[in-house]
Design a protein around this ligand. Structure first.
Ligand code: SF4
Length: 379
């Protein structure tokens, strides 16, 4: 039986973080209508290939802030998904949770409804950084939630952490990593703060109210992270992701492998192996059943997407398995020529099986990957 993943997008947050451009709302008036529409969407998609008959090995609650949802609502979504889809016996059910939502009682309740893994939006142990990003928690929550998790029933978890924060230096970042070493989460997602248009951060940076560290400092923070992670037992398996043995994120790994994924809820994206579609990023219109645009990917689109996700991973791109079936031989030759040129410049390393970007160049991966892309005009 094929394996696949299910993503449920919970589009509500307590407050708006200044850097965030995900789809969320701080108003919950649409919540019950959105949840009903999500149940209906799951029922409809469960009849569709490849999800009809595939085993779901990862159910992931993302957002927004899924930990903001009542436990009874989370439980109902899990039960409904279990009745509509085939859950693999070893399914991983992950809940994104913010530190201020975590209590010992909540941990017990989430465990009792089948949550097996948490992804904690911790971001920092530094109060000034948390305040400057308008996070809803403070540094004491960051520490407290890790202590509660250590004593709680859900031992498999990931921590989201951010470098490149305003006012941060290489030294202040190293101090944060030292603090994290006390807990050594099974999995770490460390992202460089990025400035997205239409966010408060974007306006604050443009107006000079907020100053970010220089590119050199951000690269040095990334290098400090890599140097810290390996002796702590982490494998750096993707640009922003680090895992203790056997603690890789199933949801993300599946997504990077280029296989199908099903997203339910406002703003969620799906891919069935050939076609991609995306739900409207508007809670009211989603609940009213807004039209769902879609596009069929060409073999060149598929190839470029696989280059984009695979080359940010340690495994890299494999000639056997990652080349879309049916890609014209002359196009494949063109990709191989591009790869040879990149290898000569030291941008990728090649083996008989495929090629990869060396981890110390992952910070430049966007630029390197774009040199390998095939243009749609080449078809
Ligand atoms: S809690 Fe997460 S989704 Fe919500 S605003 Fe903050 S970063 Fe965005």
């Amino acid at each position: 039986m094929n394996e696949t993943t299910l993503y449920l997008h919970i589009p509500y947050c307590k407050q708006a973080c200044h850097y965030c451009d995900f789809h969320f709302s701080t108003h919950r008036s649409t919540e019950s209508a959105v949840l009903e529409a999500m149940h209906a969407e799951m029922a409809m998609r469960s009849l569709q290939m490849p999800w009809n008959g595939a085993a779901i090995n990862s159910l992931y609650f993302g957002g927004g802030t899924p930990s903001f949802l009542a436990v009874t609502d989370l439980s109902r979504l899990i039960d409904e998904a279990r009745s509509l889809f085939s859950f693999s016996p070893s399914i991983e059910i992950t809940l994104e949770a913010n530190p201020d939502d975590i209590t010992p009682e909540k941990l017990e309740a989430w465990h009792s409804i089948g949550i097996t893994r948490l992804s904690i939006g911790l971001q920092s142990f530094n109060n000034l950084e948390l305040q400057s990003m308008n996070r809803a928690h403070d540094a004491s929550h960051s520490v407290q939630c890790l202590e509660w998790i250590a004593d709680g029933p859900i031992q498999n978890y990931s921590v989201d952490f951010m470098y490149g924060m305003p006012g941060s230096t290489v030294e202040s970042w190293k101090r944060q990593l030292d603090q994290l070493a006390t807990y050594l989460p099974p999995h770490l997602s460390c992202y460089a703060l990025t400035v997205e248009e239409k966010t408060v951060l974007y306006h604050d940076v443009r107006s000079g109210k907020t100053t970010l560290p220089s590119d050199e400092v951000i690269v040095a923070q990334f290098e400090a992270l890599r140097a810290w992670a390996s002796p702590q037992g982490y494998t750096h398996y993707e640009l922003s992701n680090f895992a203790q043995p056997d603690k890789y994120s199933r949801h993300n790994s599946h997504y990077w492998s280029g296989q199908s994924y099903l997203g339910i809820g406002p703003g969620a994206h799906s891919f069935d192996g050939e076609k991609r579609w995306w739900n409207i990023s508007n809670n009211t219109l989603y609940a009213q059943g807004a039209k769902v645009p879609s596009e069929r990917l060409t073999l060149i689109d598929l190839l470029n997407e696989r280059l984009m996700v695979r080359l940010r991973t340690a495994k890299g791109f494999l000639w056997e398995g990652d080349v879309p079936v049916g890609l014209d031989h002359s196009l494949l030759k063109r990709v191989k020529r591009n790869v040879q040129t990149a290898e000569a410049k030291g941008l990728v390393t090649c083996t008989d099986k495929g090629f990869a970007i060396p981890p110390d160049r992952w910070m430049q991966s966007d630029a390197i990957i774009s040199e390998l892309f095939l243009s749609p005009k080449e078809s």
